[in-house]
Design a protein around this ligand. Structure first.
Ligand SMILES: NC(=O)c1ccc[n+]([C@@H]2O[C@H](COP(=O)([O-])OP(=O)(O)OC[C@H]3O[C@@H](n4cnc5c(N)ncnc54)[C@H](OP(=O)(O)O)[C@@H]3O)[C@@H](O)[C@H]2O)c1
Length: 236
């Protein structure tokens, strides 16, 4: 997402916030789409489980000027180290899996929203977008399974709807959305790529470019909804 934002230009400062000290974000191949619109990249380390750490990120972001876009790209589906794998039946559910996935997919994005949305302007367009997943849709669920992941993304989608309602009272141009990136060739999808039809596994760059196009086209009416990489609304 950061590389796609850099190549797009138009944002004065881009903060790449991660728990990792060394992020490999390539700036070499990035030519801004519009002239004179180059962005500066700053990487910040943040421990999302520590609100003091989030507060210090917020202070750095605030010092750079009004925040007009916050993209939350964290998420978890499985974890080989702790035998956490998507459930196929209710018998395979575990407290640990629910706690881990709700923590990463709903609670941490909520804390990011808590500290970032207040930095957004009241009168200009500003977007809070969190990477969600189509499987978080309740009405679109025809296959079942993946209990903890689906439920944690449904919780995230509910939070997004709540922020949209709450912020509309404060800032008419504010937009909060969930985004489904498609199936993307990342560590998250790697164990589940076997059945992905040919041509349906996107590169991270392609998915990020599509999602930024979607973000650019959003209007305040779209706030509270979830969209896929093509800009199609995913029902709640
Ligand atoms: N890939 C797909 O096919 C797909 C499909 C639908 C939806 N999504 C959603 O897209 C988003 C991005 O996924 P991805 O495919 O890019 O997966 P990924 O490569 O595994 O990236 C997940 C990111 O989340 C961060 N993260 C996880 N737990 C964290 C924690 N406790 N604290 C801080 N950061 C944490 C990871 O940081 P570290 O690098 O520090 O671990 C990593 O940057 C997720 O929300 C996912 O659910 C992905």
């Amino acid at each position: 997402m950061c590389e796609a934002l850099l190549s797009r230009g138009g944002y004065e400062t881009i903060f790449a916030v991660s728990r990792q000290r060394d992020l490999s974000i390539s700036q070499a191949s990035t030519t801004p789409r519009s002239e004179g619109a180059t962005s500066t990249l700053q990487t910040l380390v943040c421990d999302l489980t520590d609100e003091a750490s989030l507060r210090s990120v917020a202070a750095r972001v605030e010092a750079a000027g009004p925040l007009t876009l916050c993209l939350c790209a964290i998420g978890k589906l499985s974890d080989a180290d702790s035998d956490l794998t998507p459930e196929r039946s209710l018998q395979s559910q575990s407290q640990a899996a629910f706690e881990t996935l709700f923590h990463t997919n709903a609670i941490l994005p909520a804390l990011i929203a808590k500290h970032m949305i207040p930095l957004m302007p009241r009168t200009e367009r500003a977007v809070f977008a969190a990477l969600s997943a189509r499987v978080g849709s309740i009405s679109d669920n025809r296959l079942g399974g993946w209990h903890a992941y689906r439920a944690s993304k449904a919780a995230l989608n509910m939070l997004i709807r709540n922020y949209a309602i709450e912020q509309a009272r404060r800032a008419a141009e504010f937009i909060a959305v969930g985004l489904h990136p498609g199936t993307v060739d990342t560590a998250l999808s790697l164990p589940f790529q076997r059945n992905v039809p040919k041509g349906k596994l996107f590169t991270p760059h392609h998915a990020a470019t599509c999602l930024l196009d979607v973000v650019e086209g959003l209007r305040p009416d779209d706030s509270g909804k979830v969209f896929d990489w093509q800009g199609k609304e995913i029902p709640a």
